[in-house]
Design a protein around this ligand. Structure first.
Ligand SMILES: Cc1ncc(COP(=O)(O)O)c(C=O)c1O
Length: 390
């Protein structure tokens, strides 16, 4: 038996279930099986051409060396402009740090901000990486279970009731993964008011801000007032909006002291995000934005189709997503926990969904509609047939 002892905090981290289901489905496909996958949280579109051209040009021009730790000055500057023009946020370029994906930004923020004995509030259902990052930092996640009858939105009262003297921050994700809920301006105002009154930092994960339906408005919590902006750390990236998941580029903007701490941490871990990729990111923000509209139209069509079909299945209830690209139907009436449901569905019909358990809701499963209409249609045929035979 190996005597290798793994760091205790790291040893307790389970592997990512979403990545696990995705690779299981891919392995089945590689083995020649037909699989309809609703697992992956990445757009099926290619990165728009002008963004790829900019990165290729950077490579051709010899942009193959380390970049500054916090990102290329040109990229930090266009991010600062974007946050001002689109989000009403007033961050100087020096308050922006570019990292290897929004996931990496969140990891850096949580490591730099949170300490042993502190608590971070996580509205539940939540994106499964938040809780693991918090645990690695030594802090504890405090789950606030939002009610399905409230469309899975955390109320200000539920938030306030979870605050203790040890509360350091809340992670606020709108539009959200895994449900696609979008908080309204007045709901966000109330949540920010509670956070400010108690001195709780808001880590605002805005990675899905461009994926909104039915005219919904994206509101950045930090834009509500100067006081709010001081307590908000805004996280965003390129993966979901510009179909750049494999580029691994994300960023945050926040207080100078946090920027300094994250710069030190990143300087000793990844150094900088990939240099030539950052030129593509500059083109993404500076270039034409029609690609967002085209992808948005396709996602809206899929959202309507998948929501209508899933919610029409006998025994299934489903909150209508207002953003992102997920639905989270409640399958508890079939007497299976979410892992058994997902495993049996994959084995019986070759349909891959992600169990809700690691998102904090064992009564639900997550279907991503970041996949083709054909995949959605055939996959839903499989889901209906599986449920009929239960
Ligand atoms: C809620 C949420 N935040 C952040 C991320 C990370 O995005 P990336 O690291 O690709 O920028 C994801 C990806 O699935 C997500 O769902």
């Amino acid at each position: 038996m190996s005597r290798l002892a793994i760091n205790k905090r790291i040893a307790s981290i389970p592997p990512s279930v979403t990545l696990g289901v995705t690779s299981k489905a891919k392995a089945m496909i590689a083995a020649g099986e037909t699989v309809y996958s609703f697992a992956a949280g990445e757009p099926d579109f290619d990165t728009p051409e002008h963004i790829k051209v900019a990165a290729v040009q950077a490579l051709t021009d010899g942009q193959t060396k380390y970049a500054p730790v916090t990102g290329l000055p040109a990229l930090r500057s266009v991010i600062s402009n974007k946050l001002k023009a689109e989000n009403g946020l007033d961050y100087a370029p020096e308050q922006v740090v570019v990292s290897c994906g929004a996931k990496h930004s969140l990891f850096n923020i949580i490591m730099a901000l949170c300490d042993e004995g502190e608590e971070v509030i996580v509205p539940t259902p939540y994106w499964l990486s938040y809780t693991e990052m918090i645990r690695v930092s030594g802090a504890s996640p405090v789950l606030v279970r939002a009610k399905q009858e409230n469309d899975f939105k955390m109320t200000p009262e539920e938030f306030e009731a979870a605050i203790t003297p040890n509360t350091k921050a809340i992670i606020f994700n709108s539009p959200s993964n895994p449900i696609g809920i979008v908080y309204t301006r007045s709901e966000i105002e109330k949540i920010v008011e509670v956070a400010l009154r108690h001195g709780v930092y808001i880590i605002a994960d805005e990675i899905y801000e461009k994926l909104l339906y039915d005219g919904a408005e994206h509101v950045s919590p930090g834009s509500l007032s100067a006081e709010a902006q001081e307590m908000v750390i805004t996280v965003n990236g390129f993966s979901k909006a510009y179909s750049m998941t494999g580029w691994r580029l994300g960023y945050f903007a926040g207080p100078q002291k946090l920027v300094k701490a994250v710069t030190a941490l990143q300087g000793h871990s990844t150094s900088s995000p990939t240099t030539f990729a950052q030129y593509g990111a500059v083109a993404a923000l500076e270039g034409p934005q029609d690609c967002l509209k085209e992808m948005g139209i396709a996602f809206a069509e899929r959202r309507n189709y998948i929501y209508n079909r899933v919610s029409a299945i006998d025994g299934v209830t489903c909150v209508k997503p207002g953003g992102a690209f997920y639905v989270l139907p409640d399958i508890s009436s079939f007497g299976l926990d979410s892992v058994s449901f997902a495993e049996q569905l994959l084995a019986a019909e070759g349909v891959a969904v992600v169990p809700g358990a690691p998102f904090g809701v064992d009564s639900n499963v997550r279907l991503s509609y970041a996949c083709s209409m054909e995949n959605i249609e055939k996959g839903l045929d499989g889901l209906e047939s599986f449920i009929k035979n239960l």
